[in-house]
Write a protein that binds this ligand. Sequence first.
Ligand code: FEO
Ligand code: CA
Ligand code: CA
Ligand code: CA
Length: 593
Amino acid sequence: GHGRPDGARGLRFTPVPPNVNDAVTVPAGHAQGVVIRWGDPILRGAPAFDAENQTAKAQEGQFGYNNDFLSLLPLPGERGRQVMVANHEYTSEQLMFRGYDPENPTREQVEIGWAGHGLSVVVVQEERGTGRLTPVVRHRLNRRITATTEFEVTGPAAGSPLLTTSADPTGTKVLGTFNNCAGGTTPWGTTLHGEENINQYFANGTRATDRRYGLPTGVTERKWERFDRRFDVALEPNEPHRHGWVVELDPYDPDSTPRKHTALGRLKHEGAEPRLTADGRPAVYTGDDERFEYLYKFVSSKRMRQGHSRAARRHNLTLLDEGTLYVAKLTGDSPEAIDGSGRLPDDGEFDGSGVWIPLATGDVSHVPGMTADEVYVFTRLAADKVGATKMDRPEDVEPSPRTGRVYVALTNNTDRGKPGKPGADEANPRNLNKHGQILELMEDRNDPSSTTFAWRLFLVAGDPADPATYFAGFPKERVSPISCPDNVTFDPHGNLWISTDGNKLGSNDGLFGVATRGERRGELKQFLSVPVGAETCGPIVQDRRVVVAVQHPGEVDGASVELPGSTWPDGPGKLVRPAVVAVWREDGRDIGV
Ligand code: FEO
Ligand code: CA
Ligand code: CA
Ligand code: CA
């Protein structure tokens, strides 16, 4: 029949069943198109992608590798156009270069890797009557940020002796950004980007602080230290301290110097998503994605200025320089022990209260035995000292624009409860947690600058047939299976959309929508799935389209150019290419209505 699929407004589509298709699979009645792929030219003079003749010079003008976070910003005055900003988290040389020898990368291959990292700004054009987007090549705002672009270090730790190197004795000018994972879009029209697994780029990290951040003690897998001394900690001990920050980009000014914000702390930042207080100060939520790491919040002491005047923009670019950095401590409210099975406590919910513990305000440290500079540069150690709650890999964090509730994706933690490791608690209630959970955080008085909050688990992910799962109390026979929530965003109707990375249920990763309010709260539906080996990233849900970044397609054990795990999107005989995809309705109507 032709019955309209039911669901909350914005989620009326027929769910995509779990599958292992080497394709992007979308609901019936929907169409899709690649927006842009790795290697597509965006800057003036950049050549078309040529898999067999790649050069660093070409890559510097082309869309980078492994697209992750995406932002779409308005472009007033240019009809039907938006500014897309994309993260390029990392490069996968085995899937980029035929005959790649990981023991002996060439200088050209390494420099292509440098140019494939970073960010892209590319203006996109909407097709009339559909949701399709195509890049506007050579637009004046198009830009590449790479491993060699200059950044300004801002905030209280700028110029610290912990940040100086032989190339930059001022400790304020850093080349490049690496491993940008999720991010955020600010209400003042800039983008934020989390520098995540920066440890992998730096060789010979033998100090205790290096170990706390996971640097290799010897050579790196990438071997970049052979080509630039800054990647060798033995030669440049402070260079790793210059990465692991939240960076801010003004995509409307192609000549602007992007910034690294020390006030938000140094950790494996997944993303950074702001919400304004009633008096206009941004609070930025950010997770540290590693097992047993923490959830953080920065609250600015400065108020956003309205409008787009030069003075307002200049002021707003300083909002993240002054304020207080906090880390979260969560306490469950159930008297009985949490046994690690995922069985709900007697009060029917995994829930409780929490406090934001201050770590530093400007130049003042709140952590005994650490200076403010040390708190910002070695934020993980500061959080250890104050007894913050060790979480199941905090990934993306997203405040609801409708309700102010904050949603934290905790992707998994297969070490929870292992010998010598922390066991389950009410916020992280499953030992050997393969599938992850989503936590809902309510700031007291719904004030983003509050230092106390309430929380509950919104979803405990997995196969709904598994009793150790929970979908906000919604009947489980009516939800899609989900595993390893990662990036999260909201649609125009207030539904939460969740992309996954590392599905442990035997099917490909995907994108899911779920109502957070009303009778259908907890009704989770899968909207799309991505090709073999890929994770789903950067979701954006607009009225007319859903946009996702398909990251690392074909990345399966032992994969190479010669033995690809996927042939998406260009088919057999072509290199697999990470790409951004738009999905829209064939009947031209809004998504999910
Ligand atoms: Fe780059 Fe935490 O995912
Ligand atoms: Ca409880
Ligand atoms: Ca991620
Ligand atoms: Ca997000």
